[in-house]
Design a protein around this ligand. Sequence first.
Ligand SMILES: Nc1ncnc2c1ncn2[C@@H]1O[C@H](COP(=O)(O)OP(=O)(O)OP(=O)(O)O)[C@@H](O)[C@H]1O
Length: 347
Amino acid sequence: MISAQGLSYSYRTRFGTVEAVRNGTVDAVQGVDLEVAAGEMVAFLGPNGAGKTTTVRMLTTLQTPTGGTASVAGHDVVRERAAVRRTIGYVGQSSGGSEHRVADELHTQGRLQGMTAAQAAARTAELVEQFELGGFSGRPVAKLSGGQRRRVDVALGLVHRPAVLFLDEPSTGLDPQSRANLWDHLRRLRTEHGTTVFLTTHYLDEADLLCDRIIVIDGGRVIASDTAEALKGRIGGDVVTLETSRISDAATVVARVVPGCDLDTTPDGVQFHVAHAQRLLPELLRALDHAGVALESVSVKRPTLDDVFLRLTGRSLREEGLPARTAPSDGDRTPSATEPLNTEVTT
Ligand SMILES: Nc1ncnc2c1ncn2[C@@H]1O[C@H](COP(=O)(O)OP(=O)(O)OP(=O)(O)O)[C@@H](O)[C@H]1O
């Protein structure tokens, strides 16, 4: 349903503030290959600046790739833009919300998609019911809570019954309850309507709990693609984390007591993977004590997606200080959360 081969995008920029900058360009997406089957719900996971939004904007025809090819439902994203736009819904990163009433926004979107007034009214009623918007469909979108507004955003992206829905960070800024509620709606969309859903996120739990498959992107390249379980299975064994200020001494002791273990240092200590951690801890703790390495904490846990990311990239998705957004290049602009896709966009 979604297919990309060697998809790439380089921004022209006047300010070189990220490591990916080369000769006045930022290589934001560097040869992405991906395949998403009909009816799949896929999370596109990666840290800030990994290239998620840029990839989605190319797949949704909002930006023209500078390299590679991609198609959605068999339509090329460059040569058959209009056909792609008819097939997809796109919900961008959260907007402030308009001053128009929820029902009017849905109705207008239906009319923009070429429906008659009667068809738009019927579709509005359907979506109000499906997304439980009835309690506030007469209120201005801008006056809704973040979770309510996000449901309206998703409903707006679905007015024309697209076969594929793209969502860019759908739950950023939502409280846990609103996020769970949105996830329920997205799950129902897939199970009841067979919609293919492709969402970007940097929330590990969202990718883990909601999606059939996870594609991990980092530095503009896909570094993994599998189910959450299979990705976690790659880690093998328990994850042991030792918090200490004596990081290199702790690493030396761990390497001696658990030879061949996969050892990483973190900002607060060391982390390694081993089968049956509980059996080796007494000996390890004695050795650390003997070496005079004081520990602030010890934890043992089953692998998480963050451990997978740490293994793949050598750093945690939760780390601060990941690449920041550079100053926009000339001609770029940000779409509203539910930009009508039949509007031509210059990139
Ligand atoms: N308009 C732009 N001009 C120049 N560089 C840009 C522009 N937009 C994004 N970039 C850069 O391209 C890279 C990828 O950005 P992108 O927004 O695709 O990442 P992302 O994974 O969606 O990040 P986030 O999670 O923060 O939304 C980053 O290095 C970013 O700074």
